[in-house]
Write a protein that binds this ligand. Structure first.
Ligand SMILES: NC(=O)c1ccc[n+]([C@@H]2O[C@H](COP(=O)([O-])OP(=O)(O)OC[C@H]3O[C@@H](n4cnc5c(N)ncnc54)[C@H](O)[C@@H]3O)[C@@H](O)[C@H]2O)c1
Length: 392
């Protein structure tokens, strides 16, 4: 039309709001042409909100609209890979919400489809776009020397109402997992990127407090990274807690909470270097004017990078290929832990005092008690093996 990229947004539910807002703000680069949802009222509402000119109830018709160059895919998890593959075949660049697929196999099929059709593929991991994260990748990681050990524990309390909100949540076939693929994956993607990608992962998981859903609400695991180091993970939707992460290198470490804000810090052996880099980071944070408290800020940064990548003919910071790495953790932990799930659930229920359900736990301010302490003991143990809960 006027040299700007034409945008289509598929899926007009909750998260689409921040995609639409970012594209509207970047009117120097793009404009929203079409929206699509199987719920007509939602689609129409978004069409008006974003001043789009076309509304579709079938995404294939949106993909056939030749005014559209780029699509955001904001649908339930099981639709991400098929829609992104169809988008690639239709010659559209696709920015897909996390998780990019519900298996590594689907994820790599998506990457291949984008490559074969010469289009860009991005996956939303907005915590990768914080000033802290970019600074750590650029300035701090190269100084750490060999990574010796890492761990990450994240807490994402979700009650039954959350799962009842939309029909696709909590189901293996549609959500593709629970806390691993929906909540923890944000932090896992940052974690894996500090370690240079994933070789393989194993883990144990169960559903202990969410009887209305099929998928896991707690799990822990071990990841072997491509850099030769290993790390351990814990995550749950059963209680709240303070996220913790350590990436221990020879000459320093990265510390902090990566969930929500991508807000990690670092401690270096060389204190004068540490001081200088901290000052530099503070300066960059101010210049970036990145409001870490504001929902949508990370999406905005990632969407800008994706659009500029298309215009400049370069890859975005988070590519489809890099996003496969955190999918490997989800798949590895799910598949390894699958045969032990019922055993683990019975063991936990028989050996730890649990509240009646997730809401009861919240009322009692239950913090996982002894169960939490046991699992943290395993996760913080730098030994290169994964104990079962019962063996401690
Ligand atoms: N990056 C983040 O921080 C973040 C936050 C929230 C959600 N998400 C992700 O965004 C995705 C959507 O989540 P949500 O909370 O917006 O869910 P939602 O249920 O609110 O929205 C999904 C929308 O997709 C529509 N839809 C379903 N099938 C469709 C089809 N075949 N064609 C077109 N539209 C279809 C639904 O009608 C619904 O409007 C999920 O992958 C979720 O994990 C990411």
């Amino acid at each position: 039309m006027d040299g700007k990229l034409g945008i289509g947004i598929i899926g007009c539910g909750g998260v689409s709001e921040v995609h639409g807002a970012a594209y509207m703000e970047f009117c120097d680069l793009c404009h929203i042409i079409g929206v699509c949802d199987v719920a007509p009222a939602r689609a129409l509402g978004r069409m008006r909100e974003w001043h789009a000119s076309a509304v579709y109830d079938d995404y294939r018709n949106l993909l056939a609209d030749d005014r559209i160059d780029v699509v955001s895919i904001c649908t339930p998890h099981y639709l991400h890979a098929p829609m992104a593959i169809d988008a690639a075949r239709a010659g559209k660049h696709a920015l897909v919400e996390k998780p990019m697929a519900i298996s590594v196999r689907q994820a790599s099929e998506t990457v291949n489809a984008a490559r074969e059709n010469g289009v860009k593929l991005g996956v939303i991991f907005q915590n990768q776009y914080t000033p802290n994260n970019k600074f750590i990748h650029r300035e701090v990681l190269p100084l750490l020397g060999e990574i010796q050990f890492s761990y990450l524990a994240t807490y994402h309390y979700r009650d039954s109402k959350y799962y009842a909100r939309d029909p696709w949540r909590g189901k293996w076939e549609q959500e593709g997992g629970g806390v691993f693929v929906n909540q923890a994956i944000h932090a896992w993607d940052v974690f894996q990127s500090y370690n240079g990608g994933v070789d393989y992962a194993i883990g144990y998981w169960a559903n202990i407090l969410h009887p209305t859903i099929e998928v896991e609400d707690i799990g822990y695991g071990l990841v072997e990274f491509k850099n030769g180091s290993h790390g351990k993970l814990f995550t749950t939707t059963c209680w709240t807690g303070q996220n913790e992460m350590i990436i221990q290198g020879e000459h320093g470490r990265i510390v902090g909470s990566v969930e929500e804000m991508g807000n990690c810090w670092f401690e270096l052996e060389d204190k004068s270097l540490q001081e200088r880099l901290m000052e530099e980071l503070q300066r960059e944070r101010q210049e970036a004017k990145y409001d870490a408290e504001k929902w949508g800020e990370g999406h905005k940064a990632q969407i800008r990078d994706f659009l500029e990548g298309i215009v400049e003919g370069r890859e975005p910071f988070v590519t489809g290929k890099s996003a496969c790495e955190s999918m490997k953790i989800c798949d590895g932990m799910h598949l390894h832990g699958w045969p032990y799930t019922e055993q683990l659930r019975q063991y936990i229920r028989g050996n730890f005092h649990l509240p009646e359900g997730v809401e009861a736990g919240r009322k009692q301010a239950w913090d996982g008690g002894q169960l939490h302490q046991r699992i943290l003991g395993i996760v913080k143990n730098p030994e290169r093996k994964l104990e079962t809960l019962a063996s401690l």
